[in-house]
Structures are given as C-alpha cells and as structure tokens.
Design a protein around this ligand. Sequence first.
Ligand code: ADP
Ligand code: MG
Length: 439
Amino acid sequence: MLSSFWTGFIDNIVDEKDKNPTLYSLVKQLKPIELTESKIVLGCDNAGFAMLLNKRAPLIEKRLSNYIGNKLRLEIVITPKKKRKEEPLFKFEPSIEDVFSKARLINSFRFDNFAVSSSNQVAYAASQAVSKTPSEAYNPLFLYGGVGVGKTHLAQAVARKILETSPEKKVLFCPGDLFMNELIESIREKNTPRFRRKYRALDLLIVDDIQFISGKNTVQEEFFHTFNTIVSSGGQIILTSDRSPKEIKNLQDRLRSRFSGGLTVDIQAPDFELRTAILLIKAREKNIQIDIDLAKIISDQINDLRELEGTLLSIYARALTKDGKITIGIVESHFSHEKDNGVRKFGPSDVIRSVCSYYNIKLSHIKGPGRSERVAVPRQVAMFLLRKELGLKYEEIAYILKRKDHTTIMYGVEKINSVLIKDSVFKQEVDRIINSLKQ
Ligand code: ADP
Ligand code: MG
C-alpha cells in the first residue's frame, strides 16, 4: 500500500527531473517506511545521503503535501542496505523500463487503466488507432479538453504501446514549455543543431499542452520545421491542448492548418459514472480498499479527476491513522472538515486573471471603458463567473470591474446565461476557464 503510494508520488514529481535532477534522483532512491496523517518516514542508505536530502527537505515536503492534499512532515532515517547479489558490470540491453523512462513516460498512464465512456470514447479509439498504425491513421492526432480529462494519460498510453511493440523507435513525450525552454537554451548556447538532431529524428513526438506556443514566434518557427521533418520522414506527431487549434490565440496560420490536418478530437468532462470508475481504478492501483458506495459518494462531490485522486489519498491518509479501512465516517469527516475550513480556492482576482489570459486581453481593458466585442464578451464572462462561481453581489462586481451601476452587471450575467444555453462551443470555452480556476 505504502509502496504504491510512493511510486505514485515519484510519478507525480517527474517534472522535477529536468528542473532539479539531483533532487529527483535522490528521492527516487528513498524507501517509504511509514505514513501517518501528518508525517512520512523515509529511509536512505547512509548519513551523506541523509544530509543531501535534509537540505532539500522543504521542497520535498511541499511536493508531498500538494500530492496528498495534507500538510506532511518529512522524517529521514538511515537504513543501511543489505548486501545484494552481484550485478553484472555492464548491461548491454536497456530494459523496457529504461526505454519508457528515456521517452519520459510515466508508469501509471496506460491503455489498460484508462476507463472509457461517452465523454472520451472517440479520443480513446483514435489513440488506439494511432498506437496500432502510427503515422498512417491520423497525423497529427490533436487531443484537446479541459484540465484533468485524461489528455496526457492517453497520449502517454499511445507512446507506451508503440514502444512495447517497437522498443527501438525514437519516442519522446515533451511538455510544451520544455520544448520552448530547450530551444531557448540551445539558442543561448549556440547549439541549435543538437536540438534539431534530437527532435527532428523522432519516430513519435508528443507535445503536451501545445497551447504554450501561443504568441511565441521563434518557437512556432522551429516547431513548424520540426513538425514537417518528422511527418515527412514517416514519423507521428501527437499534440494535446486545453483548446482546439482554432481557439489557440496568436498562432501562425500555417501551424494552425498543420495542427488541424490530421484528426482533432475533444475530450469532455467526465460524468459521474466515469469518475466513479476512475476512482476505483486509482484505488486498486494504490492497493487502497474502498467500497463502491463510498467511491460513489466521493465522486459525486468531486468533479475534477486530479482532485479526485488527491481526495482519495487524503481520505486514505485519514484511514491510516486508524486501521487503514475507509469507512463512511472517515469519508464524511473528510468532507465536513473541508467545509469547515471553508477555504475558497480562488478569488475575484483569479477569476479576472483567468478570463484575461484565456481571451488574451489586458487587465486594464477588462476594467476599462472599451466596448468592442473583443473586450465586452470577456468582461461579461468575468461578470458571470464572479456571480456564479463566487456568488458576489451585483454591486460588488460592478465595483471590481469598474462599471457604473449594477444593472450593467445584471444584463451581462443574463446575456452569458442565455448564450450558454444555445451555444455549446461557447459553453465549452467557459467551462475551460472554470476548470483552469479549479486546477
Ligand atoms: P489532462 O492531461 O487532460 O489534464 P491527465 O491525463 O493528467 O489530464 O489526467 C488527470 C488524472 O486523471 C490522471 O491521474 C489520469 O490518470 C486520470 N484519468 C483521466 N482520465 C482517465 C480515464 N479515462 N481513466 C483513468 N484515469 C483517468
Ligand atoms: Mg495534461
């Protein structure tokens, strides 16, 4: 149980691998010994190791606390290694695990643990097709949808499947911002040829969260060539994004048309049944025993899949302080505790910031006098969200958005309400902003 919690955590901090390679490799070598609601005990080989770790303890504690949704204190103990069997001096064949890790794949993102329902079945089928006949089925495959709907999971599952069949293939999973940072770094070090050799020779390139490319011309230029070289030499591209190619602002037309040149599929927010199924999958993977009825109670309260996993872990941590069994009492006390804390995860300024960033307009515009459609619609969306998500009074919203009187706000909220009912694409846009707030 504890060890699967720990492997889940290691997967969760895989982003540190590039930012903080020493920390990542140190943490990977630790052994989990004990987990309670407020503390985790980890074992390491020797005092030198412990010292290196203690220096980095605050960051590890922070990541752990974020992962489990509880404040956790870290305790490091020294547990000397038992003598192991002698390992061969050289290994000639990289293991499949090495191959996955070189491609930056995470163990928990596979097809066999991906639950399918109406909200994601097209994306699932398309991903399966690409994994069976890469570069023939759909190229690129463009998956888009709100936060936590399973885009990264699916894209990684395709990569894993392709490597399982052909481990010699050059596959790379690349978060969008990493592509950008590596490019900038290579320009700074005057070593773009190496960057190009790395990316353009791939059989499968996944760029996760490609929307990062918006407004960055040099990156778009480079990516355009990367894309063309890979595709023309028979490779496959998979892109994921929080919005469709059409909705990505400040994107060169030629890239937009490349992005839409294969298959573009959206993944919708999961319904209650899918959330329950996913919760049960996550519980089984972590060896956490949970009754289906309790799983239903949890997935009824939590819409967001990432939060769902975090909640499961917090509840489990609570159960561990007793006998490890999740009971109705523990689930209820978890939710009432959350309510008591009454922490609102986001406030008015977060709402306004998200709206501005989604529509790519300045804060001064949304609060300014301009009435062009480019600012009027986002402003009304902000009014709507401040009212619906935060329950603010019309007068308060008028004050925050610097409008003269509250009838403007009433009108704005109503307007958005009525468009939402008629226009499903617009509704998806607004849902996406809401999801980004709850992230
Ligand atoms: P996104 O990239 O769309 O933001 P992720 O792929 O990171 O979302 O998914 C968020 C979490 O939800 C991950 O833990 C993932 O494994 C899980 N998840 C999402 N969809 C499914 C699914 N259909 N079946 C199983 N797990 C899922
Ligand atoms: Mg993702």
